[in-house]
Write a protein that binds this ligand. Sequence first.
Ligand SMILES: Nc1ncnc2c1ncn2[C@@H]1O[C@H](COP(=O)(O)OP(=O)(O)O)[C@@H](O)[C@H]1O
Ligand SMILES: [Mg+2]
Length: 307
Amino acid sequence: MYFKVRNLVKKFNGLNVVDKLSFNMEKGEILCLLGPSGCGKTTTLKMIGGFLKEDSGEILVEDKDICSIPPEKRLVATVFQSYALFPHMSVIKNVTYGLKFKGYNKKEAYEKGKEYLDMVGLLKYKDKNVTKLSGGQKQRVALARALIIKPKVLLLDEPLSNLDAKLRIKMRNDIKEIQKKFNITTIFVTHDQEEALSIGDKIAIMDKGKIKQIGSPKDVYNNPKDEFVASFVGSVNIIGDKFIRPENIILDKKGGAIKGTIVSKQFLGACIDYVVNIDNKYIKSKCINNNSNDFKIGEVVYTRNFY
Ligand SMILES: Nc1ncnc2c1ncn2[C@@H]1O[C@H](COP(=O)(O)OP(=O)(O)O)[C@@H](O)[C@H]1O
Ligand SMILES: [Mg+2]
């Protein structure tokens, strides 16, 4: 394994905010750390980045413990939510900043800067003042600045949360594309389940300083191990000891084994969310908005196979 975290602990005021956290990553993998606000995501990244000292545990890159290496020598780069760019500098000066400490002369740094700006698609903006760029462009400058020092691990702490909804979705693809191009081992922190499912090679669901489940997005979504995980990565019906996603409750006007009545309806454009009363249980159903799925409140519907 390329990157390992072993029994990592951080206490604040006597409480384990990060509580014996362990996980492994292969080289070039992107892991999304997903969990509610306050569960310890940022604290975990700060320890990996070297900005916060762990109380105990190990952080291993290629089997070497990096815990005693100061942040500027760790070869771990962090991109924060706020980008933390230097506002008085040009785009290329921002990108090449970290090379100052790596023995590059001005010309070499400039050439490297151009190379990295080209890779994030911003070469033509190199001489602009960084404040003139859009939110998505600033995000890519922050990425280029992090990547230029050739880190072994890249940390992204809620990097898209300052962008508007449409751009966030576009940037998911951009980040993944850049991440794969550089084959950089990346931890992407988010509290947005859809973002995690779409970006991660693996996702780790975190709660109260612990990882509750780690796996491929499909595996975690389809086989959640408990109610917390099931409801954190999506909406769920809990029927006995089974978790059934609303999109698996298929409704039909006639036929089908189980009878119910539409209780509520929410039109969402591509989908329609219903609540169906089946034997006095309120069951959620997510239907595609096509001609066969338009039901009225009070209408009798049938569904199959969920008991
Ligand atoms: N420097 C600190 N001193 C005391 N408590 C802290 C400090 N930093 C974070 N915490 C607490 O640790 C918990 C986890 O915080 P954080 O890692 O920022 O969560 P997340 O990033 O998942 O929202 C929270 O309860 C937070 O209030
Ligand atoms: Mg945080």
